[in-house]
Design a protein around this ligand. Structure first.
Ligand SMILES: [Zn+2]
Length: 549
């Protein structure tokens, strides 16, 4: 038998199935690259007498692994001191097989290192990566590595491991599992009530006042004196235990944690070296769905978000209550700004485009509409839908689907084409970056050149990815349509007998209202108003005839 220092360091390279099919997401795993990477690693770690064992899989689908067999027999002959592969998956076609070989190496006293996985059999847990290995991984596998880091964060998030600090109001920690949230039966009903009120059109101010009137303890007052979970108790000085602020209400109503998800990685380090935090683009956030029980549905949560931003108008001077039941939901068709409501000069109030009020006619026209006109128009439309739904729910649902699908059909086909094109280009970019990377590794292009070229490609890739996700979401949404139509039919049929609109009803049924500018059609002044209902969106524009021209 040879002495340890005279033994060979076996550098084993092979193409995995993923590499062959090109699905490895821009990772550079060609045999050439593996060779360079492994020998560089061996050199920097003082591992000598290197020998390559290479299975390039060129022979076809059956993977003979001739060189692997040669390596195994060298190990059995005691010629090998250390085996290095790019990652654990190079060793076998699955984890079981790889595991068996790792055991065999241990029995033969062979050290085994899987670089990209940070595995080294000589360290105790096999999982801790020594610094020089880390550096090489960063240099060679920055892309792969960041994916893995992200994956580990995701696992942590799924285990609730990133929920730190005081549990959000409405939840408490699961006893024993300090990072997992469960519904707090004492405070959750308050949270649910807040979302219900917001959905019914109440402003954060109004919600805060209602909670105060009912003597509901504020989140801080509620926590005071309770167990921190580590034997200690919270100790705050709470002067006014029932004084809810509208900002507290707003913070709760806008926190996505109440939809059951955990959002993390909102902030990122600027780079490996610069630890200053910067805001991450939303598409990079790691969102863990169903991390805990939701207190509000995603649909309701989304509906509320736009409204919570609107400032509440106090009752007008003569103390008549605010008659605008459409608070925060009327928009201008041309500039997409909100229509402002003014109840002072006119008995029933008017809406005008905020762009027109603020910047004049150059920016946008008035889009003037009277509250009473909007009220009767919306009332008529709701009555019509309620009547149809009550008459025959099944027929009505069918009709809804026909309208929405026919409107979408052309758009669906175009979106499908665009999505396919985007997907093709995304794959192309991956290949291009991999090629560039290899060119840099072998000195065909400089590092600077690689950085600038790959940066451009990555920017294109990022933009394209956002668009692709949008398109996919849109294409998938048609499946949800049927269910939503049923939900809406169920909802609207309860309102067959209404004769008057109130804020709660309007906000329950309607998502937003879009007002067009008055046009003259066939000698008549007409104003189009689009009503976007919850669940089903806009189903046919409503035309209001103002007067004969
Ligand atoms: Zn406008």
């Amino acid at each position: 038998m040879l002495k340890q220092q005279e033994k060979k360091t076996a550098l084993y390279c092979r193409l995995s199935q993923e590499d062959k099919f090109g699905n490895n997401g821009g990772d550079s795993s060609s045999i050439q690259t593996q060779k360079v990477m492994l020998s560089k690693f061996a050199e920097e770690n003082g591992l000598r007498n290197c020998e390559f064992y290479v299975d390039d899989g060129a022979s076809g689908t059956t993977f003979e692994r001739e060189d692997f067999q040669r390596m195994i027999s060298d190990i059995e002959d005691g010629k090998v001191g250390c085996v290095i592969t790019k990652d654990l998956s190079r060793l076998g076609r699955n984890y079981l097989e790889a595991g068996r070989y790792r055991e065999m190496f241990t029995e033969c006293g062979v050290r085994y290192i899987a670089m990209a996985d940070g595995y080294d059999s000589t360290t105790d847990d096999g999982g801790d990566i020594a610094t020089p290995i880390k550096e090489i991984i960063h240099e060679f596998y920055a892309r792969d590595c960041s994916r893995k880091v992200k994956a580990s964060y995701r696992t942590k998030a799924q285990n609730g491991g990133v929920v730190t600090g005081i549990p959000p109001y409405g939840y408490s920690r699961v006893a024993g599992e300090k990072n997992k949230l469960e519904v707090n039966p004492e405070t959750a009903p308050t949270v649910q009530r807040m979302f219900q009120m917001a959905l019914a059109g109440k402003s954060p101010h109004q919600i805060a006042k209602a909670l105060m009137d009912d003597k509901t303890l504020t989140p801080k007052a509620y926590l005071d004196g309770t167990d921190k979970g580590n034997g200690e108790t919270y100790n705050f000085t709470v002067k006014y235990p029932y004084k809810w602020g509208h900002t507290t209400v707003q913070a709760i109503l806008t926190n996505p944690i109440y939809t059951g998800k955990i959002v993390c990685m909102k902030l990122a380090n600027k780079s490996f070296k610069n630890k200053k935090k910067i805001a991450r683009p939303q598409e990079d956030w790691i969102v863990t769905e169903n991390a805990h029980e939701a207190l509000v549905s995603q649909q309701d949560f989304d509906t509320i978000q736009e409204r919570v931003k609107v400032k509440h108008r106090p009752p007008s001077e003569d103390n008549t209550p605010n008659k605008n039941v459409f608070r925060g939901m009327v928009f201008c068709n041309d500039c997409n700004r909100r229509l402002s409501y003014s109840g002072k000069r006119h008995l029933n109030g008017i809406f005008r485009c905020y762009g027109n009020i603020r910047y004049g006619n150059v920016e946008c026209s008035s889009h003037y509409i009277r509250l009473e006109n909007l009220l009767s128009l919306v009332l008529r439309d709701i009555q019509r839908h309620a009547g149809l739904a009550a008459e025959s729910s099944a027929k009505y649902v069918k009709q809804l689907l026909r309208i929405s699908e026919s409107e979408r059909q052309g758009e669906m086909a175009t979106s499908k084409k665009e999505a396919d094109k985007a997907h093709k280009r995304l794959t192309e970019i991956d290949t291009l970056i991999q090629k560039l990377y290899e060119d840099m590794t072998f000195g065909v292009i400089t590092r600077e050149r690689f950085m600038s070229m790959s940066a451009n490609l990555e920017a294109e890739q990022a933009a394209l990815k956002i668009r692709y996700d949008e398109l996919t979401e849109y294409l998938e949404s048609s499946v949800e349509n049927a269910r939503n139509a049923e939900l809406f039919a169920e909802l609207v049929r309860q309102y067959t007998d209404i004769t008057e609109l109130d804020s709660e009803l309007v906000h329950t049924l309607i998502e937003k209202i879009v007002v067009h500018e008055t046009e003259v059609v066939n000698g008549e002044k007409v104003k189009r108003v689009d009503i976007f209902y919850r669940f089903i969106g806009n189903i046919g524009g409503e035309v209001e005839i103002v007067q004969a021209a």
